[in-house]
Design a protein around this ligand. Sequence first.
Ligand SMILES: *Cc1c(COP(=O)(O)O)cnc(C)c1O
Length: 344
Amino acid sequence: MLAISKFKHIPHNRLSLGSEEKCAAERVLTSGWIAQGVEVENFEDEFCDFLGIPRGLAVAVSSGTAALYLALLSLEANDKTVAMPAYTCTALRNATAMAGGYEQFIDSSFDTPNMRLSQIHSSSSEITIIPHMYGIPQAILATSSFVIEDCAQSLGATVNDEPVGLQGDIGIFSFYATKLITSGGQGGMIVTTSPSIIEFLKDYRTFDQKYDGKRRFNFQMTDIQAAIGRVQLRKLPAFLKRRAEIYDRYKEAQLPLLDSKAEGIVPVRYRAMLRTTKQKEILLALDKVNVKATIPLQSHELLGAIEQFPVAFQWTQNIVSLPIYPTLSDEDVERITAAVLSCL
Ligand SMILES: *Cc1c(COP(=O)(O)O)cnc(C)c1O
């Protein structure tokens, strides 16, 4: 039986979809063309505008994982070593395995759960996937390996006044339902300044009516998805502003939140990570007031063996993810804050 709470449930994530997205989807539904078409092209162009790069340098695909896989394929990852953090989304390992690469895991930094970049230099990897975890980006210094910058959690963040996605050879983004914006549940984007990679990607995802016998696969985004994604991209600045307001409220209430103090780093508040060794108590206290918080990555979810990644293991033990999304009200924030403060 479900316990009845006097508090309205506050989920960990909530969609921010409105009548504009509904109209956009409807427009495509009645247009007579719903597969990849002009909406996808426009989404790609507007994504380039958002990043401040020339149009034509973005390719929309079906998911962030597909974006990672295609990025790896375009760098010819087959039989190459691919470095990635032990502490991250399993999509990185899955995409690497699909592309025929050999995974090599790297431990986390001490000050953020991001990958410890100094270890890439001493590794022999030929390709490195660098995710900016929880909206907190890091500066990527030149390495001898190819770099895929994974911005699935950090769209809109900047490093030294440059938007993330352009620091490596290829940048990838996800528009899954719980990310900063969504293209109707699934979707991804790849950006690169390399015209030959763009050409490879656009050719690879368009398999029909080609007679050269080359291997291709359907990784296309639909026009319905792109139309929703375009609306969400226009709303992104407002989304980020509201997320930052909520983050600041938590901070003002003295909640010890994860942040970056590194110079030139401007995060987006994709996640509000409470730094605490009392994970269970916090989750329980929030549950009592009908709030869902989570441990975003637990020790059994680390990509490598726990013993080899002591810092990554520590990150599985000392953070709790609090709700933070544009539709969270000030009263919601107060209820969450009070419950957390009661445990600190
Ligand atoms: C969500 C996510 C992905 C995968 O994106 P999907 O669109 O869900 O396939 C990849 N990397 C990171 C860091 C993510 O958070």
